[in-house]
Design a protein around this ligand. Sequence first.
Ligand SMILES: [Zn+2]
Ligand SMILES: [Zn+2]
Length: 363
Amino acid sequence: MNLYGTLDLTPAATLADIERAYLRLARRYHPGINPGDRLGAERFRQVQEAYAILGDPARRQEYDEGQHLHHDVVETTIAFDGFDFTAAAQGAEAATFSELFADVFQDATRRAMAHDQGGALELTMQVSFEEAMRGGAAPVSVVRRERCPACGGAGVVALESEACSACHGQGAIRWARGHMVFTKACEPCGGSGRLTRAGCRICAATGVQTRSELVTVHVPAGIESQARLVVPGRGHAGERGGPAGDLYVTIEVASHPVFHRDGLDLHVKVPVAIHEAALGARIDVPTLAGPVKARVPPGTAAGTRLRLRGHGVPSQLGPDAAGDLIVELQIVLPPVQDERSKALLREFARLNPVDVRAHLFDS
Ligand SMILES: [Zn+2]
Ligand SMILES: [Zn+2]
């Protein structure tokens, strides 16, 4: 096979064309990324052979003049023994996997660095019981790393243009391995050969600085204690202009002197006077929205529970999904101070001679 054809080139190709074609094809057919592909491995061997000659100006000239000896080339080019890829990779003049892919890895590294996402921020926020039930916007003070205003987060600032000393203004670093020449873009100047930027002094080239800031946290109504909220993008800013991480806020709900929460239901203990329990009454019951009237039926026993639908914890699913308020009635005796009340209670006892403790002694 014609060596130019092997590299998809014509005899008019320049050395740069040959290097480019070799890198492209060697990457495509490298056994390291095509394990078990016998045709690919054979193609890789041919590409290596072709480049060994065409990539060397003296040997290329020999080849062009029709003086090359193909079998010599095979022996001297690479120690490619059958399909033993290890041997191929270890051949004295064979390009290693990492060399072939050097600039690919370098690009990947640069991408990873450019997109250096900022760290997450964690904090705990105390809210009152009422705030947790009502929900709403709550400001919270956060110390976070933020984009440096001097360089806009880039970590670099513009500079008078000067030649790059790392690559002597060439924009690329070249090195040879055997007769193969590898090139990668110069990092300090980004391949331009000129330095037009310098690290930002304000943020030590990190692109971020630390400052305290008020962040608004939107607390959903009915939030439970220990719930964790996410505020996207309000964590630390990423370095070199990378995206900011997220802010995580763990909510701690304070307890309430009157209401006690159980899932979506609220519980409240409400005292009723002994005559209200005996005769029935309409009483005021506290709810989150203020007092509401509730009916105590006549002959109500201590510990009786009333359920006020929809007066519990608000639900994210709408008013119909809200919890209930469970009212536990506690019967209390109002202070008995005057003689008339005592006389009435004595009469009540005479009219109702019931032993309320009898069930304790039945057995
Ligand atoms: Zn800066
Ligand atoms: Zn440079």
